[in-house]
Design a protein around this ligand. Structure first.
Ligand code: FAD
Length: 494
């Protein structure tokens, strides 16, 4: 039986591991952290559970093609309740609040009440969302692989997607801000911009709305870490081994063929290596010399990393009457990394069992933007902890203004900076997805290099913009390449 080593037990690594085991390989995952999940994680502090790696899961709906993949790897099963948050996002501006509802007719009605003068654009947006609900991420087989169960896109699905094509071109050409400027209402404009970010391609906004409208994009109970733990248990049940606290320093290459990895100065032999550390870092850090192929150069040049500073606060107050995900302009902008954040988003988990002690609420906020250099300087000049505290205190002040019932009721706070993510994930600047701005293409990089045999890549960076579905899909694809190269039948059941 061929021995495969996987670098990383994030969602890509676990997915690859499960499919490789099912296809008859002997698999060991080396994971630098003490737990599985990578960016798909959450953490407990003083009885509060802070969700740190998933707001919604594409493929949570049994109707989505991706759902079968999530079930096949054990990420989801019938015993896992899915929360379909509704409204899934709200924006407050000048005393009025606009909501994004899953039901398109309800959304249309709500928008019309808020801004009758935007009727034409509202109707067009709602029609387009309906059309985009027919588009889903296909799970297909690579060319030339032998598979137990063949996977192709049904003709009816392809035909159903056709009306979306001209719309795709329209939304792809615009940023969210350029698109939202078509609306007269500042409230609606800002609601749409705040959901994804104003500089994103409008197509990301349209697809997100369509994901929710099609009944997808739910939140599995227990969140990120519980999902990763289910996958890790499934992997181990199938006979795989995870070596935690073991950082791979290099992939060993002999005569252009990967023959194992180096861990703690020891060479561990293997017949193949699947690398799921952020590819952008791995092609330099894990290979000596670094991989210099046209696609790695392109990745180095074109990647715009998505990263954030993550604030989590446990409040001794019940916020269940407040919106679960709300963005608004605070009286005073929060300054993170010397950059004032005009709009702040608050996620609260009062409605979720076990996320906080009775009567209390876990609250999180993502401050976007590339503040990596700021935090790096703080680390170097010794102000890192003080700056984290300053940020948390500013957020807590803001929170108590917004929700006076939280004033003086802070049970715990925590700040994760891009440096925290970098330390745990080994990813570029601590990023966990790529930003897709106007003009950027949806890049898809190869699963294997041309210059080295028996090495495969998977993970969020392989196809932009990344995220959980991409991590899983690229993990599956890497194993299909492995099966093809070793003339093995891929056993996935999709
Ligand atoms: C705050 C936040 C919110 C998010 N929200 C969503 C969302 O709502 N929906 C969505 O789809 N996605 C979301 N994401 C993104 C998603 O979580 C990630 O894109 C995805 O988990 C990436 O998985 P991965 O396996 O590719 O990489 P990673 O999660 O980075 O996994 C890589 C693993 O490899 C390990 N590793 C790295 N280097 C080495 C080494 N040299 N040796 C051994 N081990 C190593 C790391 O410790 C890690 O466990 C969010 C992420 C964050 C942070």
């Amino acid at each position: 039986m061929k021995k495969i080593i996987i670098v990383g037990a994030g969602i890509a690594g676990l997915t690859a591991g499960i499919y490789a085991l099912q296809s008859g390989f002997n698999v060991t995952i080396y994971e630098s952290h003490a737990i599985p999940g990578g960016a798909s994680t959450s953490w407990r502090r003083k009885g509060y559970l802070f969700e740190g790696g998933m707001h919604w899961l594409t493929g949570s709906s049994p109707k989505a093609p991706l759902n079968k993949l999530w079930r096949e790897v054990g990420a989801l099963d019938d015993s896992v309740p899915i929360y379909n948050r509704d409204p899934f996002f709200s924006f407050e501006y000048q005393g009025r609040t606009a909501h994004l509802y899953r039901d398109i007719d309800r959304l249309r009605q709500h928008f019309l009440e808020l801004s009758p003068e935007d009727e034409k654009e509202i109707n067009k947006l709602c029609r387009d969302i309906k059309i985009f609900t027919k588009v889903s991420m296909p799970i297909t087989d690579i060319k030339g692989v032998r598979v137990k169960t063949k996977n192709s896109i049904p003709l009816t699905t392809m035909v159903g997607m056709l009306p979306a094509l001209p719309k795709l071109f329209f939304y792809q050409k615009l940023t969210v801000r350029e698109y939202s400027n078509r609306f007269k209402s500042p409230l609606l404009r800002q609601l749409l911009e705040a959901m994804t970010g104003p500089d994103f391609m409008a197509i990301a906004m349209a697809f997100t709305l369509a994901t929710f409208a099609s009944g997808d994009g739910g939140y599995p109970e227990g969140g990120s870490l519980a999902m990763a733990n289910r996958m890790a248990r499934n992997f181990e049940k199938l006979g795989g081994t995870i070596r935690y606290g073991k950082k791979v320093s290099k992939v060993s290459i002999q005569n252009g063929i990967a023959c194992g990895v180096n861990v703690d100065g020891e060479h561990i032999p293997a017949d193949g290596v699947i690398v799921t550390q952020d590819t952008l870092v791995a092609v330099d850090a894990l290979f000596d010399p670094p991989i210099q192929e046209p696609w790695t150069q392109k990745m180095r040049k074109n990647t715009k990393p998505m990263l954030n500073t993550f604030i989590s606060v446990g409040v001794e107050a019940d916020l269940s009457d407040e919106p679960e995900s709300l963005a608004f302009y605070p009286d005073e902008p929060i300054v993170c990394g010397d950059v004032p954040e005009a709009i702040i988003g608050i996620n609260q988990y009062a409605g979720y069992q076990g996320y906080a002690p009775e009567g209390c609420t876990a609250v999180t906020s993502i401050i976007g933007g590339d503040t990596y250099d700021f935090w790096k300087t703080c680390k170097e000049n010794g102000t890192y902890e003080a700056e984290k505290q300053k940020l948390a205190e500013a957020f807590i002040r803001l929170l108590s203004k917004k929700y006076p019932q939280t004033d003086g009721k802070i049970g715990v706070w925590d700040v994760a900076t891009p440096l925290t993510y970098e330390r745990y994930l080994g990813s570029y600047k601590g990023s966990w997805m790529s930003v897709m701005e106007k003009g950027s293409k949806m890049e898809s990089y190869p699963s294997k290099p041309e210059s080295i045999q028996n090495v495969y890549f998977a993970g969020q960076r392989i196809t932009s913009p990344g995220g959980l579905p991409i991590a899983a899909e690229t993990g599956r694809k890497a194993v299909q390449h492995l099966c093809k190269d070793t003339d093995t039948v891929f056993q996935g059941n999709l």
